[in-house]
Ligand binder design. Structure first.
Ligand SMILES: NC(=O)c1ccc[n+]([C@@H]2O[C@H](COP(=O)([O-])OP(=O)(O)OC[C@H]3O[C@@H](n4cnc5c(N)ncnc54)[C@H](OP(=O)(O)O)[C@@H]3O)[C@@H](O)[C@H]2O)c1
Length: 296
């Protein structure tokens, strides 16, 4: 561990969330100084008081309105979604800016959809490409806020997509698709948390700023994921496919399908001596860890 990182104090916002929990575990395992908070981001006085109390060098913003059981909830709860994903997210970035605190925001890459210039098979969307997917209110809030938030100079914005953990937590993308009666079969960029969260800590510690597509390199289709799952974790597992048109009958909000270009992230991580694992390799290793963790 570089000695400078020993002086870092991390404050994780949205402390009870799924990504937050994984990040806290990794930071603690690294022996870093880490605190969590559940203070509402939109409550400016409370945010200022919390920052002044903890005095973090780094805020890790894992808070966001994601909807339960899924983003369809945001369609019917637009004010609450705006309060967290727009007002809250900007408020926290703004107060950090005023205090000169570096903030890492766990954002989403679900702001794109394959189009003529970015068909399946690539090229993927660059960090600089304007969002082209607003089929869900959740995604619409996230893309608009990112554009404004990136005017601040203290923000590192990491775009996760379909995050995957080494267990079968309900928020894990694999848990979701392995429990649906039918799944579509489309290649997508995915984030294996085991690989990417340590990178977030490295980038934050170095006070990197700007936007990064924060997924493993390459794309993987739903059927490829479930084939690996069947082979490594749950022999005999079977699933059924349906089309995008059929999927649209059972969901309220649209879902993004896209490839994110990871060149910027891959090259940046090489500067820190880290090689990003390709998505199929990463899934294989993830499922092997799942088996070791006792998942069936
Ligand atoms: N999981 C995914 O599929 C996925 C994909 C891409 C990006 N992301 C992004 O990554 C971040 C973390 O996701 P996650 O899966 O860990 O979500 P999560 O489990 O729902 O955790 C989010 C946490 O944020 C808190 N929160 C919501 N609004 C808040 C506010 N205004 N002030 C303070 N805390 C607030 C929630 O607390 P309450 O429940 O009390 O509101 C919850 O504990 C989110 O911003 C999400 O949009 C997630």
């Amino acid at each position: 561990m570089p000695s400078s990182s020993q002086q870092n104090t991390f404050l994780i916002w949205g402390g009870n969330g799924w990504v937050a929990g994984h990040l806290e575990t990794i930071l603690k395992d690294q022996g870093q100084t880490v605190y969590t908070t559940t203070v509402r981001m939109e409550n400016r006085e409370a945010v200022m008081a919390e920052l002044d109390r903890v005095k973090p060098t780094h805020v890790m913003n894992c808070a966001g309105c994601t909807g339960r059981p899924n983003v369809d909830w945001c369609e019917d709860n637009k004010a609450a979604t705006i309060r967290s994903n727009v007002i809250g997210t900007l408020n926290l970035a703004d107060v950090c800016d005023q205090r000169g605190i570096h903030i890492t925001v766990f954002a989403t890459g679900c702001i794109y959809a394959y189009d003529e210039a970015h068909p399946m098979g690539g090229p993927g969307f660059l960090e600089t490409d304007p969002a082209n997917f607003s089929g869900s209110f959740y995604s619409a809030t996230k893309s608009k806020v990112e554009e404004i938030m990136m005017k601040y100079t203290n923000v590192l914005c990491l775009r996760l997509r379909m995050p995957v953990s080494d267990d079968l937590h309900p928020r894990n993308f694999v848990t979701k698709i392995s429990s649906y009666s039918h799944v579509v079969d489309i290649p997508n960029s995915n984030t294996i948390l085991h690989d990417l969260l340590p990178c977030a800590i490295i980038l934050a510690s170095a006070k990197e700023t700007g936007v990064y597509n924060f997924t493993n390199p390459g794309t993987i289709s739903h059927n490829e994921v479930l084939t690996l799952f069947e082979r490594i974790v749950r022999p005999g597992f079977r699933w059924k496919n349906f089309t995008l048109e059929q999927q649209s009958q059972v969901i309220k909000a649209g879902r993004s399908n896209c490839e994110l270009d990871t060149k910027k992230l891959v090259e940046k991580m090489r500067e820190f001596g880290v090689e990003m694992p390709e998505i199929h390799d990463a899934y294989g290793k993830c499922f092997e860890r799942m088996v070791k963790n006792g998942v069936k």
